[in-house]
Design a binder for this molecule. Structure first.
Ligand code: F6R
Length: 370
């Protein structure tokens, strides 16, 4: 079943490229326009949507947090991310113009299910992004956009995460198409960028695995890790931190890199490993400059810098102790590649420590109690 891999997690990380590719498959008509045929909300209702609330837990919520940056940019409507278990206890503002997007790999997470039931009771439409055909969450939703990552067996979510981002991006581009907030050419350009990503993820798997393994050997005894990122790199940092605590039982904390000087930098001491998600140098270079200055600040305090950065980034070469390289890609697409070395890193750390990477202690694959 593991197809030659020594764990399901290893196999599933190596299915990241296929998960993105299969999620994109069959979703465009001959003209290249996006078709979401599993979506049973009529176009008129879609046009009227003026707000999105994503409800999800854990990794699925980080996929939603990534998608917020893209959807707000493309569709120009506010996107809120809410942990499903917080959602219905705070009397959220919902109406027929709010689209609630429930993201769930298993489709059985009770917290997420209760949140979507609450949203529907309040008159909002619910669209599920789900990896499991016919699960409770898609069955109870008004519309479904399946991720086609294939069954995920390892408890820690990996390929489902990249598939969730892909599906949420498709939803964003579909909304931009329906609402006319982007030109067709612009939509096609984003779709082309998405279609390039499986190849880029494969490049990371093919060329960065050895560096990740060496880094894990070197850091195996570290007591804690900080993960920092800005913009879409922020939820990637949170996801990298979650993976490592989940399966390697290492204390980790993910922060927005800009928060560093507002508190977290107090934690940084000589030898503390700090993982930075460094945005591409081109385009949003302001972001790049700011992340690099964060690296300089912690480096000056003796931290060990691990960076995920674009191939050839000279600033990163200067400061980082360890680098996991990504091939050049647009900023909004970078989470699809940047998470991959972090998944591999967590897996390697857990293996070195002798833990069962597929079945971490205290965790279940689907959390069916509230
Ligand atoms: C992390 C992980 C969990 C799940 C969360 C939601 O690796 O597996 O954080 O992402 O429990 O599960 P689903 O997506 O099944 O609703």
């Amino acid at each position: 079943e593991k197809g030659g891999w020594d764990s399901f997690m290893d196999k599933e990380i190596h299915e990241d490229p296929a998960a993105v590719q299969r999620t994109l498959l069959g979703r465009f008509d001959d003209s290249g326009a996006i078709e979401l045929d599993e979506v049973r909300i009529d176009e008129h209702d879609f046009k009227a949507i003026d707000k999105i609330i994503v409800v999800a837990c854990g990794t699925a919520s980080y996929a939603g947090q990534v998608a917020k940056y893209a959807i707000e940019h493309w569709v120009r409507i506010p996107v809120e991310i809410e942990l499903a278990h917080e959602f219905r206890y705070r009397d959220p503002i919902l109406n027929a113009r709010t689209l609630v997007v429930a993201i769930s790999q298993s489709g059985e997470t009770m917290d997420t299910l209760m949140a979507l039931r609450h949203a529907r009771e309040q008159g909002s439409k619910v669209l599920a992004i789900c990896n499991t055909q016919g699960a409770t969450i898609p069955r109870e939703s008004d519309a479904v956009l399946y991720t086609h990552a294939g069954p995920e067996v390892a408890v820690a979510s990996t390929k489902a995460f990249v598939a969730q981002i892909t599906a949420a991006y498709l939803l964003g581009l579909y909304l931009a198409q329906v609402k006319g907030t982007m030109f067709r050419d612009e939509i096609r350009q984003q779709v082309d960028s998405l279609k390039d990503m499986p190849r880029k993820i494969q490049w990371v798997l093919d060329t960065q695995t050895a560096a990740v393994e060496q880094a894990a050997e070197r850091m195996a005894n570290a007591q804690s890790f900080l993960f920092l990122g800005r913009h879409v790199g922020y939820p990637v940092a949170l996801e990298g931190a979650l993976k490592l605590k989940e399966i390697a039982y290492t204390f980790t904390e993910g922060f927005a890199a800009g928060e560093l000087k507002h508190g977290p930098i107090a934690l940084v001491d000589a030898g503390e490993p700090v993982v930075f998600i460094v945005p591409p140098e081109r385009g949003r270079s302001v972001l790049h400059t700011k992340v690099i200055s964060g690296i300089e600040e912690v480096k000056a305090r003796g931290a060990t810098i691990i960076a995920v950065a674009e191939e050839g980034d000279k600033d990163v070469q200067r400061y980082a102790d360890v680098v996991f390289w990504r091939p050049a890609c647009p900023t909004l697409m970078s989470p699809l590649v940047d998470v991959v070395p972090l998944q591999l890193f967590a897996m390697n750390m857990a293996k070195i420590k002798g833990y069962d990477v597929d079945k971490p202690r205290n965790l279940a694959k689907s959390v069916t109690v509230e």
